[in-house]
Design a protein around this ligand. Structure first.
Ligand code: KG4
Ligand code: ZN
Length: 337
């Protein structure tokens, strides 16, 4: 089955074509980051309007790249939540309409399920069951994945998502928006011994996270020591070390709690080099294995939606003619498998 996937939940327009026999045939991405930068964050109305401008040209590009015509597509998948309501509505309206026009079935996909299944697009994909660490701009969750569509949240952040904490800390260091990747780059130049930030909630049992205090710690450190270039890098390093170690401790705990040996990491922060290194080291010690998507498929993209949608269409799921989106939507609420 060959599926066109469309992702428009936030500030990236992503389009891809996934074939269940041949794998990924094409993918195209347009990032709105430059447009939102001057406002210091995503402006929802501007995001929606830009998805209106970019989605159809991107679909045309992806179809041309794969050398396909409309008759070659067997289904259409699009993100229906969680995310910005207007942005979601653009992708859902376009995806549902294309399905109607081309007379093929359509399916709405949960954005976080897309992230969670992104490692399936890589050579040597993980096998079920596994523990998934989802770390994006809006979510920080440990999920017990028995099989596709069966998701139990083991723990999540009680306040800021980890990507949000990266972005807020980057902003106060003057690194612009979204600053996660810039903060990570700066941290590489930092001295890990200069400052020590706390590892939140690791001294009590459980798999919950809290990251908002680290941002405050960064503000207080900046107020005390200033923001000369080396100090800035040292703060970035202390922040990243605290986040990474906290995530590693909780992932180890989740592997122990389930008794499973496979960890999957996905979402934008999954592109973080230090996190990838430390989780690889931890899983080696634990005689377990960790799987990541390639960095380009950690952040938002159409390929993960095409893949997840293809699995759901193959399982017989179909959306109605209605165009419906769910800006707030728990991953565990959804199970058809
Ligand atoms: O998954 P994603 O593209 O969008 C959401 O669904 O939220 O994640 C975006 C988040 C942003 O907060 C961004 O700063 C963060 O991922 N991010 C990173 C890195 N690359 C992206 N955070 C830390 N290190 C990185 N290398
Ligand atoms: Zn995302």
């Amino acid at each position: 089955m060959r599926v066109l996937g469309i992702e428009t939940s936030c500030d990236e327009t992503g389009v891809a074509i996934y074939d269940s026999a041949q794998g990924l045939l094409a993918h195209a991405l347009y990032s709105q980051v430059a447009m939102h930068t001057e406002y210091g964050g995503v402006v929802p109305e501007l995001a929606s309007r830009d998805h209106v401008r970019k989605t159809i040209p991107l679909i045309e590009n992806a179809m041309a790249e794969a050398g396909l015509a409309s008759k070659d597509i067997d289904g259409v998948a699009y993100t229906i939540g969680p995310g910005l309501v207007g942005a979601l509505l653009v992708g859902a309206a376009i995806g549902r309409s294309i399905g109607f026009a081309w007379n093929v079935p359509t399916v709405g996909v949960h954005h976080m399920e897309g992230h969670l299944l992104a490692p399936m697009l890589e050579p040597n994909p993980p096998e079920f069951p596994f523990v998934a660490l989802l770390v994006s701009g809006g979510h920080t969750q440990l999920v017990k994945v028995e099989r596709m569509g069966n998701y139990e949240i083991l723990g999540e952040s009680v306040d800021d998502a980890v990507g949000e904490a990266f972005d807020k800390t980057a902003k106060l260091l003057g690194l612009g928006y979204p600053g996660g990747a810039a903060l990570a780059a700066l941290a590489e130049k930092g001295d890990s011994k200069r400052f020590h930030f706390p590892r939140p909630m690791v001294d009590r049992p459980g798999l919950e996270f809290s990251f908002s205090g680290l941002k405050t710690f960064a503000v207080n450190t900046a107020n005390k020591y200033g923001l000369a270039p080396q100090t800035q890098a040292d703060i970035a390093r202390a922040f990243q070390d605290a986040v990474v170690e906290t995530l590693v401790i909780k992932c180890r705990r989740a592997l122990h709690a389930t008794g499973w040996k496979t960890l999957v990491v996905a979402g934008g922060v999954g592109a973080n080099r230090e996190l990838r290194l430390q989780l690889t080291a931890m899983t080696q010690q634990e005689n377990s294995r960790v799987y990541f998507p390639r960095p380009a498929f950690c952040t938002d993209n159409g390929a993960m939606i095409a893949y997840a949608g293809c699995q759901r269409l193959l399982a017989g799921e179909r959306s109605s003619l209605a165009i419906e989106v769910f800006p707030r939507w728990s991953l565990s609420a959804d199970s058809i498998f």
